[in-house]
Design a protein. Structure first.
Length: 468
């Protein structure tokens, strides 16, 4: 790729002190070079953000809305270029990259439609009490490699509408689409309001502990989230942590396996299984267990896996070599602890390819069940009693999402109220839209992304209490 990618610092596209190669996961070889920021450049980005934020906080809400809408239009106009870069570095099919860009655009437009009015909670002859939401300051937005642009949509528009400035740091294996985003929006954004820096996995601690950062919006693993939280504790930075999940699906005995199998399959294997809130373990009633396993096996065998730029491909490679090696280890565990009915690694085509893999009759204490595999591997576990299924679903420390599948909505609804998760879907999974909040429970994170609650998380709630 001939494009010269640049960092965005204080409204200027600049080179880094060093460069790193970016790997195309479909072939396992470098295809582009990425500048990486120095500590001095990080400091410059934070300093410029602090200056820009003070002016931005004084602008009207309508002015901020208009900027967001202009950003959405500009991104949409460059969607094809963004999608191609995204597929090249992340591996997902072009259609999925197009969806991801459209999600970013939709999120920006959603937040541009929101407002944070002053709320009067008491007004009488004695006093008036108002609540309002003020900017926090400078937000560090740390983006993972599974959705490099989509997860910018969880952070950038809410932060800007609330009156904050941003430092965005993408993952070291997928920085290019985010850097390209910086080029696209730079002419529209006041200098310093949005800064985008890349690193070689060496600036995270400096960013999260920086005294010029007021809030950290992090998406990534639970293990890294703990480190981020510890770093933020020094000066009590605000944090939103969107962390790992090991989402259970409970499939009751009254479903039609043939009918639900396609939706369940998508919910487990979208983005080649690299979704924190995808189905990662399925508890299936024993009466329909064999039939559902058979349906999912057929879908896995028919799935077209390959280079995301090839026509008709539905599933791309694992994004990076480290995660691919973990997937291979989980495949070995699946063979040891259960029975693979479809799928496995594709060693014959280069790149980091693993076919959608179905595993039945697995030991419930297997690492494939109790850990977040973040790979295209789905273990299915039979159950005979609903109480048993709920207990197993709730047994792990994760609590991001879950789903219940039944032809009886009342039955499914009652069961959903017993599941410990931030989101519980019924007869679906992965139904995510910008207007619906995504809260985390248990060790899957802290705070809320998206929706009005997500917007409020980028503000300081302030009470004005007036004696009359």
């Amino acid at each position: 790729m001939q494009h010269q990618f640049k960092l965005l610092i204080n409204g200027v596209l600049v080179d880094g002190d060093e460069h790193i190669d970016i790997i195309d996961p479909a072939v396992g070889r470098p295809f582009a070079s990425c500048p990486i920021a120095s500590l001095d450049q990080l400091d410059a980005a934070v300093q410029s953000a602090r200056i820009a934020q003070r002016a931005w906080a004084e602008t009207s809400l309508d002015h901020r809305r208009q900027l967001l809408l202009a950003l959405a239009d500009k991104i949409e106009a460059n969607a094809e270029q963004l999608g191609l870069v995204l597929t090249s570095e992340q591996g997902k099919p072009l259609a999925d990259s197009a969806w991801e860009v459209s999600f970013l655009v939709s999120a920006i437009r959603y937040f541009a439609s929101q407002t944070l009015p002053i709320e009067v909670i008491e007004d009488n002859e004695v006093r008036r009490v108002e609540l309002d939401h003020r900017p926090l300051g400078v937000v560090a937005a740390i983006i993972p490699w599974n959705f490099p642009l989509g997860l910018v949509g969880n952070k950038l528009p809410a932060a800007l509408l609330a009156g904050n400035a941003l430092i965005i740091k993408p993952a070291p294996t997928t920085p290019l689409s985010t850097l390209l985003l910086g080029e696209i929006i730079n002419e529209l954004v006041p200098p310093g309001l949005v800064n985008i820096i890349a690193d070689n996995n060496d600036l995270g601690s400096a960013l999260t502990s920086h005294p010029g950062i007021d809030k950290i919006a992090f998406t990534g693993s639970t293990a890294t989230g703990r480190k981020v939280m510890s770093s933020a504790a020094t000066d009590l930075k605000r944090v939103t942590l969107e962390l790992g999940g090991n989402d259970p699906a409970i499939i009751l005995d009254d479903v039609d396996p043939k009918k639900i199998a396609p939706d369940l399959f998508f919910s487990a294997f979208a983005n080649t299984g690299q979704v924190c809130v995808s189905v990662k373990r399925a508890y299936v009633h024993e009466r329909i267990y064999d039939e559902l396993v058979s349906e999912l096996t057929s879908l896995a065998q028919a799935a077209k896996v390959g280079d995301g730029r090839e026509e008709g491909v539905k599933f791309g490679p694992i994004q990076n070599a480290a995660q691919y090696n973990k997937a291979i280890q989980y495949l070995e565990i699946a063979s040891r602890d259960g029975k693979i009915t479809a799928g496995g690694a594709m060693y014959d085509r280069g790149g980091y390819f693993v076919r959608p893999t179905i595993v039945r009759d697995i030991d419930e204490k297997s690492p494939l069940v109790v850990e977040e595999q973040f790979s295209p591997i789905l273990p299915l576990i039979p159950f005979s009693d609903e109480d048993e299924a709920v207990a197993k679903a709730n047994a792990l420390p994760y609590g991001l999402g879950a789903s219940v599948w039944s032809s009886d909505l009342d039955r499914a609804y009652a069961l959903s109220k017993r599941i410990q998760a931030g989101t519980v879907w019924i007869n679906q999974h992965l139904a995510l839209t910008p207007n619906v909040p995504v809260p985390a429970a248990k060790q899957s994170g802290i705070g809320v992304a998206l929706g009005l609650d997500g917007l409020k998380s980028y503000t300081q709630l302030t009470v004005t209490n007036i004696k009359k």
